[in-house]
Design a binder for this molecule. Structure first.
Ligand SMILES: [Zn+2]
Length: 229
């Protein structure tokens, strides 16, 4: 899931405003705390996630995905703001953008891939391929209208875990895959949907360092040293 896809941007349909985004637009004090270079606060690390839904999930399902992802990130010890961006709108340059795609990954080379990140981009963005995540949870994407409440819960859980896996790739580029758990290169059904959240204390620590690094906190990262794998 960690491979960097070529051509994925072609299906994202998002425009990047970059420097043309007015600095004050929609920005409040918490935003400044989040990403101001060197603007370290004493509270827990803070992250902004912007969700874009190309899968046209039912509103309830999209909100459930956001809530589950926020809860997972919070369990990693990081406060998070979740926002929704409409498809086709400008990216939020201060956020990690999560793009929820309908169907499968766009190329044969990415068959079975549940999530992907754009590592080289100036803006941190990741893609989640709903049909492949559903398949990983052993659910049929094409029959999703007939899913039970527990099927829908399993899908939400799986989507949020794939999202968090990709967020870790973005925030902790030094970190390789683990043999099992949230950062396994192949997440099986149990890892995707079991009630036990599949991450370790060491991953939690790396995640906090990654968020700090995003905020420009090189010093605590250097103090902590490289992580054991
Ligand atoms: Zn991966």
């Amino acid at each position: 899931m960690g491979r960097t896809p070529r051509g994925v941007l072609a299906v994202a349909f998002l425009t990047v405003a970059g420097a043309s985004v007015p600095a004050t637009q929609g920005m409040d004090a918490s935003d400044l705390r989040s990403f101001g270079p060197g603007g370290l606060s004493s509270g827990p690390p803070r992250l902004t996630l912007a969700f874009v839904d190309y899968a046209v999930l039912p509103t309830e399902a999209f909100h459930a995905l956001q809530a589950e992802t926020v809860a997972l990130v919070a369990a990693m010890g990081v406060d998070v703001d979740a926002r929704t961006l409409q498809p086709g709108s400008d990216l939020d340059v201060r956020a990690i953008t999560l793009i929820v795609m309908d169907g499968e990954a766009p190329s044969r080379r990415m068959r079975g891939v549940m999530g992907a990140v754009q590592r080289q981009g100036a803006l941190p963005a990741l893609w989640i391929y709903s049909a492949n995540v559903a398949a990983g949870a052993r659910l049929g994407w094409k029959t999703r209208d007939r899913w039970s409440a527990s099927d829908r819960d399993a899908f939400t859980r799986a989507m949020a875990r794939v999202a968090l896996h990709e967020v870790v790739h973005l925030l902790c580029p030094w970190r390789a895959h683990d043999r099992e758990g949230l950062m396994a290169s192949v997440m099986d059904r149990s890892t995707l949907t079991s009630s036990r959240v599949p991450f370790t204390t060491e991953l939690r620590r790396d995640f906090g360092l990654g968020v700090d690094a995003l905020r420009g906190a090189a010093y605590p990262m250097a103090q902590a040293g490289p992580s054991r794998r």
